[in-house]
Design a protein around this ligand. Sequence first.
Ligand code: UD1
Ligand code: CA
Length: 485
Amino acid sequence: MANYAAIILGAGKGTRMKSEVPKVLHEVAGTPMLGHVLGALKELKVKRTVVVVGHGSESVREGFADSGVEFVEQTAQLGTGHAVMSAMGALKGFKGKVLVLSGDVPLITSATLRGLLRVHKKGRGEGEAALSFVSAILHDATGYGRVTRGANNAITSIVEQKDCTPVERLINEINTGLYLFDSEFLFKNIKKLKTANAQGEYYLPDLIGIAVAEGRPVRALTHMDVLEVMGVNNRVELARATAIMRIRILKELMLSGVTIIDPGATYIDASVRVGKDTVISPGVHLKGSTVIGAGCVIEEGVKIVDSRIGDGSIVKSSSVVEASRVGCYARIGPFAHLRPGNSLSDDVRIGNFVELKKCKVGRGSKAGHLSYLGDAVIGKDVNIGAGTITCNYDGKNKFVTTIADNVFVGSDSQLVAPVKVGKNAYVGSGTTVTKDVPAGALVVARVEQKIKKGWVAKKGRMAESVKKSVRKSASRSRKKIKRGK
Ligand code: UD1
Ligand code: CA
């Protein structure tokens, strides 16, 4: 097994993106473009990966600090050849094969890269190539470097659009910017690049001409799926790449046993996992590190971010779940909002218009309607009545409400934290709990009920007499006006 290293070019400004964000950090289906390229590389077991950064290098380094790649800085962007020169120091002493990829080709697959390795190894009775690259045939090749071929269709060079003769401009085989080099050839020849061209830059593809001049084998893998090797240079291409990536993600999920009712209206990040027999309705957004179990139902318009949903759970329409854990066979929503930091056990039910933040909820507990529960530790089989509110914030600090197993909280109660309600206790409806409640106790704190018999009829008579006197005085003043007084 050969030794592989990779260089990913990502120092360019990405002028056409019109953005403050470095181009390779723009996201395609929730993952920065550079992340997709690294993902394709991962399956190839590349020993070392060097990312060339320049514009916005701080944020690129920060975003990929844990990815195991090395970074080199290209302080002035003098061309793709210069970018590779900048990476040579980091790979000093490396012997093997060097892949060079662009950080702005996010749809690249490991299958294509493996194809390039095969083409590189042998072809047409020749041995290993000194360099090989991926080409494609485009209907409109404008902007790309053109592949020129000579006798027997052998590759002779790559000519950039701006350096093309009118005849070369008619060529529709283009360079996709993905290369594989023999490391010795690369180290020896990268220094030979010159800037005598239309853009005054060091062109990496000039190495093709150099290899041909030395009589070394050069080969191309001509890719049939033009869209996969498409570079993203502006937001229109970014949206197009995202649309293609979405279809790829959804297709993979469907083939693994997930029902997606309308793939055209379902948005799932590449990083999300979904178990089989889960059914996903239209308008659903699943993002980040979300993991949905098997046999779940995710209804219309649900958004789930960085969360885990256990097997057999149902998340009903228009619910939002953020950075939370939900156990198995839970029922969430419709219109529930799980803000970050919740951990819900199995069989929990959270109903409509219930907002949860940093809550721990035990098995089988329920909060069915119109509640706010924040910083609460709720035990097993607890019933939270409609309209219950934990008053967890005094304007400065947040406090915890603890509700033990089997507690019944009546509707429209407030629990002023810090406060504890003991096991099996019963909170009477409408109570404001301000002090700890012992286990098994009933707590009621509300104005006692008074009955005034016959009050309505009496009030009715009073109202009638008032109306009569008002009418009398009004008619008196009308008469005065008529008499001209
Ligand atoms: C390049 C190729 C062209 C090919 C096309 C495919 C050259 C000279 N031309 O053109 O043959 O058809 O890609 O998409 O290589 N970069 C740096 N430092 C630099 C310049 C560029 O890191 O100094 C990076 C960019 O961030 C980008 C990649 O290299 O990720 C390609 O650069 P770009 O300017 O987009 O090259 P193209 O003009 O598209
Ligand atoms: Ca480009």
